[in-house]
Write a protein that binds this ligand. Structure first.
Ligand code: Z5A
Ligand code: MG
Length: 216
């Protein structure tokens, strides 16, 4: 008999504001998927290790300035430079967990309230990138986030930005599909359980979803 074709992996994105617990939950999800006997990779954006990522890192730390549009396109380019490898991993059966993605990309740039940098403008360079099978949005109140420590020293880590970002995520998610809102104000384990449920449902739907799609 013919060998069974490889079932593709799932593309799972984790999004949220500062200190929502994205990285903690990505790590826990990685362990969970691994324990179920599935191949998994955990990647994050920005990927500060590439040449483009180093420009982004300098900008975020405040050691370099960039035009708002220019840095926006670099964040996007930082995703495009790994788009092919994500597609290949998914096709070969590896589930890919992504810590921040196009949604952060569009929202943080649009939150600068630059008159020529709208949410619509900011979304355009994302069109055609691998489309997540599910985007888990870790939702947390400003008060809960504050309990997890004060603002850091990077650009964007201030109240004005975070408030605008929160509103823009809402606007964007009204326009996008496959978004699961997760209450991230609970304990690490409770949040993790909710994520596992949403991800299991998504993986069960993969056959009916068909091949990996692209962002539109
Ligand atoms: N950015 C952009 O502008 N454009 C783009 O295209 C992209 C990003 C991709 C850097 O991102 C900045 O880049 C970011 C958006 C912008 N700017 N801001 N703000 P980053 O991903 O490098 O940021 P980060 O600093 O690594 O992540 P984070 O958002 O600050 O944190 P997190 O990953 O969501 O949370 P965490 O590290 O898992 O947890 C934070 C703390 O809370 C930690 O002490 C945990 O132990 C604790 N924690 C976590 N969960 C819980 C629960 N459930 N209970 C209690 N305590 C918890
Ligand atoms: Mg993080």
């Amino acid at each position: 008999s013919q060998p069974k074709p490889t079932r593709r992996g799932a593309l799972i994105v984790v999004e949220g504001l500062d200190r929502a617990g994205k990285s903690s939950q990505c790590e826990m999800l990685r362990e969970y998927i691994l324990k179920q006997g599935n191949a998994v990779k955990y990647i994050r954006f920005p990927d500060r290790t590439t040449p483009i990522g180093q420009l982004i890192d300098n900008y975020l730390r405040g050691s370099a300035n960039q035009d708002d549009h220019s840095i926006h396109l670099l964040f996007s380019a930082n995703r495009w430079e790994v788009a092919k490898s994500i597609e290949q991993d998914i096709a070969s059966g590896i589930t890919v967990i992504v810590d921040r993605y196009s949604y952060s990309g569009a929202v943080y740039s649009a939150a600068k309230a630059n008159p020529t940098l709208s949410l619509e403008w900011a979304w355009q360079p994302e069109l055609g990138l691998p489309r997540p099978d599910i985007c888990l949005f870790l939702s947390i109140s400003a008060q809960e986030a504050a309990k997890r420590g004060g603002y850091g020293t990077e650009r964007y880590e201030n109240e004005t930005m975070q408030t605008r970002v929160r509103e823009l995520f809402r606007t964007l998610f009204d326009r996008q599909e496959d978004i699961a809102i997760i209450d991230a104000g609970e304990s690490l384990d409770e949040v993790s359980k909710d994520i596992q449920k949403a991800v299991s449902d998504c993986i069960a739907r993969l056959d009916s979803i068909g091949p990996l799609r692209v962002l539109g």
